[in-house]
Design a protein around this ligand. Structure first.
Ligand code: FAD
Length: 223
């Protein structure tokens, strides 16, 4: 589950929490879960203190066969493949997640979740391919590798793929086939490195305290 909220709130307790969280990259780990938060620019890319937003990401494992369908079904009953956009989580799923937050999160994170008006859901999946070049076609960015978010490298990897492709085309005098042959090896190595690093970081962060969900929360009655 992801969300963002303004770095200032009116009440004193929210102000105190905001002051504590600001300028820190804060994590909480517990069984089958971790949540983290950091500041991001506010509206119009503002970096002014008080205008920035807190971004948070809360990872919870759910069973793909039995639990994911209600979570990935939006408030209009539409089953989505991988994500539920802000403002469209099914009310009963959102309520369960907010109740779970109140039960298991540390107070500053409880406040962060409570202050977030429209959280959203993103399924985390591993994607990797054994080949990125197919005749004159290249797979770049997320089309080739989606490392877990822990690497925070999806954008720079996509840019690196594109920049290296430009370089290879120039070096090979715009012979596309030769350029792609030269380009592919290093890009596969980069993708596989990040793919593996993301899995290692994700497993370590999520399961440090075990795989059982704390005070197990179920979505099975939510559909
Ligand atoms: C919630 C979330 C948070 C993230 N946070 C970070 C972060 O902090 N740091 C980081 O580095 N990465 C982050 N990522 C990952 C990052 O967004 C991706 O790795 C990156 O955007 C990949 O770039 P891309 O160009 O390969 O794909 P995309 O950015 O997905 O671009 C693909 C484009 O193709 C378009 N498209 C799709 N199908 C068609 C079609 N049939 N015809 C025409 N156009 C089409 C799409 O609309 C889209 O604009 C995050 C991702 C998510 C979902």
């Amino acid at each position: 589950m992801f969300g963002s909220t303004h770095a200032t709130q009116q009440s004193d307790r929210y102000k105190k929490t905001a002051a504590m969280l600001a300028e820190r990259f804060v994590f909480q780990q517990f069984p089958n879960s971790h949540i983290l938060q950091y500041l991001v620019p506010g509206e119009d890319e503002s970096l002014v203190p008080g205008e920035r937003r807190f971004n948070w990401v809360w990872y919870v494992n759910y069973d793909e066969a039995t639990e994911l369908t209600p979570i990935l079904t939006d408030r209009d009953g539409k089953r989505r493949d991988y994500s539920i956009p802000p403002g469209t989580i099914a009310p009963q799923i959102e309520q369960q997640m907010r109740l779970y937050a109140e039960r298991v999160l540390a107070t500053p994170f409880q406040r962060l979740v409570a202050a977030t008006k429209e959280p959203f859901v993103q399924a985390i999946l591993d994607l990797g391919v054994p080949q990125m070049a197919f005749n004159r076609i290249a797979l770049v960015g997320d089309a080739a590798f989606i490392p877990r978010p822990h690497t925070a490298a999806g954008v720079s990897k996509a840019a690196a793929n594109a920049i290296a492709l430009t370089d290879a085309l120039v070096i090979q005098n715009h012979d596309v086939k030769k350029a792609l042959d030269e380009w592919e090896t290093d890009q596969l190595r980069l993708g596989m490195h990040l793919w593996k690093a993301g899995q290692d970081l994700g497993e370590r962060s999520q399961f440090l305290y075990g795989k059982e969900r704390f005070n197990d929360v179920s979505t099975s009655n939510a559909a």
